[in-house]
Write a protein that binds this ligand. Structure first.
Ligand SMILES: *[C@@H]1O[C@H](CO)[C@@H](O)[C@H](O)[C@H]1NC(C)=O
Ligand SMILES: *[C@@H]1O[C@H](CO)[C@@H](O)[C@H](O)[C@H]1NC(C)=O
Ligand SMILES: *[C@@H]1O[C@H](CO)[C@@H](O)[C@H](O)[C@H]1NC(C)=O
Ligand SMILES: *[C@@H]1O[C@H](CO)[C@@H](O)[C@H](O)[C@H]1NC(C)=O
Length: 469
């Protein structure tokens, strides 16, 4: 806009450049000097514009979509009708298609203490064409609502695709800034990898599930038009035996469906999908994962199923990070790391995304898998087969940012900063992907941290590696 903001952007770019040079020169990572306000963010009040109910009696609300099958040409369309079952049908058609097709949803309601949900509809459509714009309509008569989405290209090794990354979002003014910032990012995310902790309704007395409804209305403006891939976080557990609520994940699993059966999982909390050139494994750190458990057995087979010729980019999403250096939640992911890090290294996972820690951090490629109780080898070491671990639990929820860090910065940590923001993973082809992180306080095209990722399976021989790690 103004030359003043151009100047600011140039300065920021210059600082980023300097930081980049520092990363090259020093062994230790960067702790950003950026200073932001420390006030706890407030939830947006119930009468906020973002929570507005669409006009009309019993009009569908909280519309959201997610991937519906393993290959990517399926979608699950979900919505809530508040006061009556209403129409259970989705009408959909492709941009160049002539006739509208119909699909029927399933419908469910649930109770949580003295809260009764609206009528929750989930409609699976899994026979779509790849790489196509589709329109869909829900509701009936005068008050029906129309939306659209794009299916991804068919999985293939050099299919470019851009994922947004958001975690721990909640429903504060900062949450709204994060979402707006993501929407304005010129990098144009095509689907969101959501790293767990959605509504934070559990922060309210009796886990007031009306705050699940407001969250659904808040994010509709994005998730009705592009799929969000769900990871379950601790704020989805909603386990409150004191008030008789003993079924973990009840609100989440009633409201948010995942295509878990398509990947042979028995739980909606852990599953995998292919999308364009990516193979995405979603893990649940709040479900059992010890040896012999269903998640363990599933995951063991899962890594064997990945075909890097078809989907070169292997990514894992899990709410609790394996590597981060903030004081809060330190080592909470340790038991899971001890179990599964060796598989990640063996399978050459490219990147692991986590939330939970309300801050941003990116690791170097390290592993810590040599220890066997007696050999004393218990420090992370540089490892070219290891993933980069990115913690991005900084969506903006009411618990605020975590600013206390382990000092000095551990050698595994490449960059860390407690600011709200979102990430973007821009896959270019089978060898190159560009990851960037944007803090909310900067212009939408300013990257506060970024890195080229070279695919672990297809990467070029070492001597040709210049910038990428
Ligand atoms: C549920 O119980 C709480 C606490 O007793 C009360 O404030 C609230 O109004 C009740 N809600 C409904 C829908 O009955
Ligand atoms: C949320 O963000 C949108 C888009 O930037 C804006 O129109 C809206 O007024 C914001 N609402 C609140 C409550 O901050
Ligand atoms: C892996 O995918 C490629 C490309 O789709 C295919 O040609 C090949 O047969 C697959 N390999 C296996 C073992 O399925
Ligand atoms: C892959 O993408 C990178 C970054 O855009 C580019 O430099 C490289 O030439 C591409 N590789 C191929 C084989 O096109």
């Amino acid at each position: 806009m103004s030359s003043r903001s151009d100047l600011t952007i140039m300065r920021v770019c210059f600082i980023i450049f300097l930081l980049g040079v520092l990363v090259e020169l020093c062994d230790g990572g960067i702790t950003s000097e950026y200073v932001r306000g420390s006030d706890l963010p407030d939830d947006m009040p119930l009468d906020s514009d973002v929570f507005k109910v669409s006009p009309g009696p019993n009009t569908p609300q909280q519309v959201h979509i997610t991937q519906g099958n393993h290959e990517g040409n399926g979608v699950i369309i979900s919505w809530v009708t508040p006061s009556a079952p209403g129409s259970n049908t989705v009408r959909y058609w492709s941009e160049n298609g002539k006739s509208k097709k119909l699909a029927e949803a399933t419908m469910n309601t649930y109770r949580f203490f003295n809260y009764t949900s609206g009528y929750i509809h989930h409609c699976l459509i899994d026979d779509l064409e790849f790489d196509m714009k589709y329109y869909y309509e829900i509701g009936s008569g005068k008050w029906q609502r129309r939306f659209w989405f794009f299916t991804p290209p068919k999985p293939g090794p050099d299919v470019p695709y851009t994922f947004g990354l958001i975690g721990d979002l909640g429903q504060t003014y900062d949450s709204n800034r994060t979402l707006s910032h993501y929407e304005m990012n010129p990098g144009k995310g095509q689907a969101v990898l959501f790293l767990g902790d959605l509504s934070y309704a559990d922060r309210y007395p009796l886990h007031d599930n009306n705050r699940w409804d407001t969250w659904g209305r808040f994010v509709e403006r994005s998730v009705a038009y592009q799929p969000w891939i769900w990871t379950a976080g601790n704020h989805e557990i909603d386990f409150v035996p004191d008030i008789g609520e003993t079924e973990p994940f009840k609100p989440f699993t009633n409201r948010y469906h995942t295509p878990y059966k398509a990947s042979g999982s028995i739980s909606p909390l852990w599953y995998s999908i292919k999308r364009a050139s990516a193979y995405i494994i979603v893990m649940s750190c709040y479900s059992s994962y010890g040896v012999y458990t269903p998640q363990y057995k599933w995951l063991q087979k899962e890594f064997q199923r990945v075909n890097r010729t078809e989907t070169p980019w292997l990514m894992v999403l899990v709410h609790c990070p394996f590597y981060h250096s903030y004081v809060h939640h330190y080592m909470e992911g340790e038991t899971m790391r001890v179990m599964y890090e060796q598989w990640f290294v063996k399978s050459k996972v490219d990147v692991v995304f986590a939330g939970h820690v309300h801050a941003y951090e990116r690791s170097k490629r390290v592993s810590n898998i040599a220890y066997n109780l007696v050999n004393g080898l218990c420090e992370p070491i540089s490892d070219e087969s290891a993933p980069v671990y990115i913690t991005i639990g900084d969506g903006g929820n009411s618990e605020g940012l975590l600013t206390d860090m382990m000092q000095p910065q551990p050698s595994f940590s490449a960059f860390r900063e407690p600011s709200f923001g979102h990430g973007l993973l821009d896959i270019k082809n089978r060898t190159h992907a560009y990851f960037s992180w944007n803090r909310n306080q900067d212009g939408s095209s300013v990257e506060a941290d970024s890195v080229w990722l070279l695919n672990r399976f297809w990467r070029a021989p070492k001597k040709t590696m210049v910038v990428a790690s």
